[in-house]
Ligand binder design. Structure first.
Ligand code: KIV
Length: 308
């Protein structure tokens, strides 16, 4: 028996890959406008690794984003700005391996698409070719971002927009603030949404936007809107995995639906206590062998100890 089959425990995916997976994802992409039209809410969440991807897929999430929030939630950077394409691609590939149903979107990190259309297309191609993404997301709607989105769409890669609070350029917005609070700012969001629709984006994230502004944007948007901190009126919702599961303390608009931090802390503390008390591993965690092995091995060890 090969090491790992049985002896290592069953770590295989809890659901096998189904045939027609690519077709299903393709259907989902083309059906998103239909979901908007029917009023079927779109459930989107971030994921950053293989087990997380398996979980969100099993839970029936429609769209999974490997967000640049990985910079903070997984890699420990102080903001999303420093994370590189190469760092994100490692996570994207892990998530790809764990997903069989949901659509996979990769987040283009800061500095990987702003310089030129060529740079934006080259980066997006890497997310599709090396990461197996079904599409990419980029931040901001004004000016160059819409142009970059258009170039990526023209290269045959679906693009999701992201307006409102755009963390990559939070400094230019005066910090992590709600966007679109007065009518000028709300109109700006409307123009950005129209630019992204015109560029061919298949959906747009609205982050930290007042509910009434998000409602109006959603009603008049040709493409689905996905809200985070934008109230209940958007076509879908997205949350960061770690906030949703209570592994990190998210902003006010990102409540925890579980308390994995407490559960993980309790489990780890119990492990440390049991190791220190000599209670772990117990007999049932230990492999057996023929008893005479012990005496043979002891005499071998005794004889060879002099050599060492
Ligand atoms: O990077 C990210 O996780 C995101 C979501 C919050 C939409 O952009």
């Amino acid at each position: 028996m090969a090491m790992g089959s049985g002896a290592e425990g069953d770590r295989s995916p809890s659901r096998p890959a189904t045939t027609g997976v690519a077709e299903r994802r393709q259907r989902l992409l083309t059906d998103l406008p239909g979901m908007k039209a029917r009023g079927d809410r779109i459930a989107m969440v971030t994921a950053y690794d293989y087990p997380g991807a398996q979980l969100v897929d099993r839970a029936g999430v429609d769209v999974v984003l490997v967000g640049d929030t990985a910079a903070m939630t997984v890699l420990g950077y102080p903001s999303t700005v420093p994370v590189s394409v190469d760092e994100l691609l490692v996570l994207v590939r892990a998530v790809r391996r764990g997903l069989h149903h949901a659509l996979l979107i990769g987040d283009l990190p800061f500095g990987s698409y702003e310089v030129s259309d060529e740079q934006a297309v080259a980066t997006a191609v890497r997310f599709v070719k090396e990461g197996g993404c079904d599409g990419v997301k980029l931040e901001r709607g004004a000016g160059t971002s819409a142009q970059r989105a258009r170039a990526i769409v023209a290269a045959g890669i679906p693009v999701m927009g992201h307006i409102g609070l755009t963390p990559q350029t939070a400094g230019a917005l005066g910090g992590y603030r709600v966007q679109g609070r007065d009518s000028d700012a709300a109109m700006r969001l409307g123009r950005e949404l129209r630019d992204l629709e015109g560029a061919g984006c298949f959906a747009v994230v609205l982050e930290a936007v007042p509910g009434i502004a998000a409602d109006a944007l959603t009603r008049f948007s040709a493409v689905p809107t996905i809200g985070i901190g934008a109230g209940a009126g958007t076509d879908g919702q997205v949350l960061v995995y770690h906030d949703l599961l209570g592994l990190t303390k998210g902003p006010r608009f990102a409540p925890a639906f579980a308390d994995l931090d407490s559960a993980a802390y309790a489990g780890l503390s119990a492990y440390v206590d049991q190791v220190r008390a000599g209670e772990f591993p117990a007999r049932e965690h230990t492999y057996d062998a023929a008893p005479d092995i012990a005496s043979e091995l002891e005499s071998f060890m005794r004889k060879t100890s002099a050599v060492l």
